[in-house]
Structure formats: structure tokens, C-alpha cells
Ligand binder design. Structure first.
Ligand SMILES: Cc1ncc(COP(=O)(O)O)c(C=O)c1O
Length: 357
């Protein structure tokens, strides 16, 4: 029998979550971000569920080709643009639109004026200082792009550093810097990631770019996904493979990091950091056993975790253990493990079987 450690992927939840985004940003087109294997949910499956997306956005040309192989014939955006000749040729071959954020990419465009026309997304660094032209270069680059025959439309874009915190003044500052830099320039505009869709409606503009929301995870610290109407797209679960009675004063697992304060019933569940479950999840991290809430005791090992079964109703070897997802918010588990929810869903490893529900 194969190991029953499974990531249940709910494509109808992803469709539902796209509907939530469209409801929140009704006047904007939606760029669905499916990079990093659709945030760990499986790009090939997810891109088929996103037939109502206006654009799919990926980080790498490999991801772009994958979208095309799955039959996505719609608009496709390379979020970092090409960084060398090969990537440029690949982008053209797959009919992708490209972010242009650096002079190096202008040189690539200038060298290939004969390629088929595509939309170019001119990225301006409004303050995050990761990718983008300085604001005072916007007009110069815009004028240059207009001269290329292979540029059939310019979309002006930027990215926020702190949109998950509504009270942080940084986002409004970035908006101002961006708006000042594009004054008088033609082109549609795209700014908002998931957090900005929620927290800064004034940033919605022509295209919003949700990622994490599509997968049913809250992009903001002060609200859970269910409060926003999102449904979890991934439920991570496994089986209970052993149940042990452990005496008061005994310890559990590596490092003897947990000492039983009383006689305990301890379950061993078939998942560990080798599956992408966070090694630093602390004692007390919530789990569900047959739908009953309990918690981790002892350190996470490579293939197993240990959970407190004391007081649960009739636990049995073979019972279902849920690590996050339906009934157990990912955001809560992430907090216990001192990571962001993005890391957890992107980190599920290949030995976890995906199962469509
Ligand atoms: C440029 C850009 N836009 C949008 C997103 C989507 O962000 P989120 O998953 O927070 O919605 C990302 C993700 O990192 C991104 O890099």
C-alpha cells in the first residue's frame, strides 16, 4: 500500500476564489499569478481551472511553456521578463507578454526588432527596490519602447512592499511615486497583488494581480481567509500510523524536546519535513485527527510527527490527520511555525501525492 500522505487540491475552490477577486475588483481585468507550480498546487491542473482569468502570470519560461502545453491559449505574462537571449526567444516562441524592468532588457528588445509584436509591461520601482526602473526613468523608457515595432502596447506597472498592512504609510507613498512617474504617459496600469486588492481599492486600476488569494489564503495578517469569503484550495493530510501510551515524565521525539506532564496517548502521523511540513512547527501547533482538534507534541522529524491524542474520542491507527486546509486554516499553522503561509504551500514536496477533490 502506498503512503497515504496527500495534498487534496480543490479546483472549484480556486474558481470560487477567482470569483471573489472579480467581485472585489469588478472594473479590473485579472492577472492570475501561477508561478512556483501555482503556489504548490500543480500548475498543469490549476491553469485548466483558471479559464476565466484574463492573463496568467509566471516567473519562468519553463512555467510559461507548461501553461501552453496545458492548452492555455490566452494572454501569458513573464513577471520578470527575459534576462538573456534564450529567454527572450522562448518568450516570443510562446507568445508571452514581458515585464521590462531593466536596461539589459531594452538591449535585448533593441537587438530583436523584427520579432512578432507583444505587450510590454513597463515596471517602475516605486519604492520596493527590487525590480523596476527608477521613477525618473519612466518617461525615457516609455518613449524608447514606443519606438520598437515589437511593442504593440505598454502596460505600466509596479509592486507594493507592505500592502498587507493597511496602516503602513508605505503603500500610499508608493502609489504617489508611481502616479507622479507616469503622469502624461499612455498605457493601462497594474499595481495590486492580493493584499492590495483587499486593503487598497484605489490601487485596482486596469489589472489586478492576485496570487495567494486564489489559493484560498488570506493575504493580510488581521483577517482569516474565511472572513474574506475564500475557500482553501489545498488540504494536507496523512494517516495515523501508530498510537502509544507514554507515561508522565517521559519525553517524546528527537532532542527529548517534549516532556509529558501526565500519562498521555500519543499518535504518530505519517508526515514530516521531508514532505514539506515545517520542521520548526512548535509544540501546540494545531492538527485535526478525524476532524477533532488537537496539537503537535515533540519535534517534527523527516517522515513523522507526533500528536496528542489524550482525551480524543476513540482514536485509531489509520485515522485521518489534517495538517492544514479544510477545517484548519493554513494561516494559523503558519503562525505556529513562524513562517508565512506562502512558504508552506510552496514547500510541499514531490513525494506528497496530489489528489483532486
Ligand atoms: C509582480 C507580482 N505581482 C503579483 C504577485 C502576487 O502576489 P500575492 O501572491 O501576494 O497576491 C506577485 C507575487 O509575488 C508578484 O511578484
Amino acid at each position: 500500500m502506498s503512503r497515504n500522505t496527500i495534498a487534496q487540491i480543490n479546483l472549484s475552490a480556486i474558481r470560487h476564489n477567482l470569483g471573489v477577486v472579480k467581485g472585489m475588483a469588478a472594473r479590473s481585468a485579472v492577472v492570475c499569478v501561477v508561478k512556483a507550480d501555482a503556489y504548490g498546487h500543480g500548475l498543469s491542473r490549476v491553469c485548466q481551472a483558471l479559464d476565466q482569468a484574463d492573463v496568467l502570470a509566471v516567473a519562468t519560461t519553463g512555467e510559461g511553456f507548461n501553461c501552453r502545453e496545458q492548452g492555455w491559449a490566452g494572454r501569458l505574462l513573464l513577471l520578470e521578463g527575459p534576462s538573456n537571449q534564450q529567454e527572450f526567444e522562448d518568450a516570443i516562441a510562446m507568445g508571452a507578454e514581458m515585464v521590462v524592468h531593466h536596461d539589459n532588457q531594452l538591449r535585448l528588445l533593441a537587438l530583436h526588432r523584427e520579432t512578432p509584436p507583444t505587450a510590454l509591461w513597463l515596471k517602475i520601482d516605486s519604492g520596493m527596490h527590487r525590480l523596476g526602473f527608477p521613477p525618473d526613468a519612466a518617461a525615457r523608457v516609455h518613449a524608447e519602447l514606443l519606438q520598437y515595432v515589437n511593442c504593440n502596447r505598454i502596460i505600466l506597472m509596479s509592486h507594493f512592499a507592505c500592502a498587507d498592512d493597511q496602516r503602513n504609510p508605505m503603500t500610499k507613498r508608493q502609489l504617489q511615486v508611481f502616479d507622479d512617474s507616469i503622469a502624461g504617459l499612455s498605457g493601462q496600469v497594474s499595481l495590486a497583488n492580493s493584499a492590495a486588492i483587499l486593503n487598497f481599492p484605489q490601487s485596482h486600476r486596469d489589472y489586478v494581480r492576485p496570487g495567494i488569494m486564489l489559493y484560498g489564503v488570506s493575504p493580510v495578517g488581521d483577517r482569516m481567509a474565511c472572513d474574506i469569503g475564500l475557500k482553501p484550495a489545498m488540504t494536507l493530510c496523512c494517516d495515523l500510523i501508530a498510537i502509544n501510551h507514554v507515561k508522565k515524565g517521559e519525553t517524546i521525539g528527537y532532542g527529548a524536546a517534549y516532556t509529558c506532564a501526565q500519562d498521555m496517548l500519543v499518535g504518530v502521523a505519517a508526515i514530516g519535513y521531508g514532505d514539506g511540513y515545517p520542521r520548526h512547527a512548535r509544540n501546540g501547533t494545531p492538527v485535526l485527527v478525524n476532524g477533532q482538534r488537537t496539537s503537535l507534541v515533540g519535534r517534527v522529524s523527516m517522515d513523522m510527527v507526533t500528536v496528542d491524542l489524550t482525551g480524543l474520542h476513540n482514536p485509531q491507527v489509520g485515522d485521518r490527520v489534517t495538517l492544514w486546509g479544510e477545517g484548519l486554516p493554513l494561516e494559523e499553522v503558519a503562525r505556529w511555525a513562524s513562517v508565512i503561509p506562502y512558504e508552506l504551500i510552496c514547500g510541499v514536496t514531490a513525494r506528497v501525492r496530489a489528489q483532486m477533490v
